[in-house]
Design a protein around this ligand. Sequence first.
Ligand SMILES: *Cc1c(COP(=O)(O)O)cnc(C)c1O
Length: 375
Amino acid sequence: MKEYKFLDLGLANKHLEDELKQAACRVIESGWYLHGPETKSLEKELAEMCGTKHCIGVSNGLDALRLIFKAYIHMGKLHEGDKVIVQANTYIASVLSITDNGLIPVLCEPSESTLNIDSSKVEALIDDDVKAIMVVHLYGTPCWDEKLRAITEKHHLLVIEDNAQAIGAKAEAVGINGHNITCGLGHASAISFYPTKNLGALGDAGAVLTSDETLAAAVKALANYGSDRRYHNIYQGYNCRLDEIQAAMLRVKLRHLDEETERRNKIAATFSQHITNPLVVTPCIFPGMVQVWHQYVVRVQNRDAFRDYLLSNGIHTDVHYATPPHKQPCYAEMAYCQFPITEKMASEVVSLPIASPISIDDAIAIADVINKFQG
Ligand SMILES: *Cc1c(COP(=O)(O)O)cnc(C)c1O
């Protein structure tokens, strides 16, 4: 029986091994390990790709988000106690970045078709304290449409993108800067380069992108002890730097990102075409967007039985995410909240293997096994 691991990073990086080793050697020999030429080049390449004026490499995705909010607070654009709308079924890091800054998350139900924020439910949540919205491009599907754009403009909301899962994706509508690529849609965006992400480092890394010069300067200073120039500190800052080795690894992988997105799209299309079991709901493919399939998430009511059945056939799966943020012990104050769609999704979602390098024939074989699942 063939074994399909959910994700084997060593295998996924195998075809780049020579290039990665060369790049690592280049950094080792350069003697420059932080804030050097690799980081500068990566920042330039990412900003160009996303159509933003600035990109600041940072330590990880959560720090990227935290720094955006901290910078807005220092700029006087947000104040402690302000509210930020965010989708209730996101990964907890989105919410952590809000509460870490003394801001209040206002959770919004997702749409069952996009699994992203339900844009028809956003406006009802807006009151005078709501100053921003975090759009999370969950699983690699862009979270942006004409409706969201109109609402955010009408209510003058800051738009912060959590783009941890969708680098290279394109939305159906253009954002506030006239681009439709994720990271270039809102006022500021955060990327995670956690190793399992579509553009993954070989350790922790992240980035902040924006076309707002003041915000970029504030994030840059905050991430470097609050220092705007050497030994001069304008903020009580942090150390959230990106290192040169990771920047060099990411530059290698960035050159292959389009291939990776294409590969994932082919596998996703194959799954969606071949999975015909009525007990299994496949994710929507939206022709007007570019989705990048960080995860290929199906929904099944009898999830445990489904996962056990697949595993007994050598197919490893995962769940993103079984417990939504408002049900986590750290957010006990939200435990009374009810988000029936979020909770239903949390009980049904199953991620199929798509990140490991599987072939079209493998995807068809997996679909055939899924079609024989009887509940
Ligand atoms: C991975 C992830 C993050 C956090 O990124 P790290 O680099 O792990 O800190 C934030 N938001 C979402 C949606 C993520 O998937």
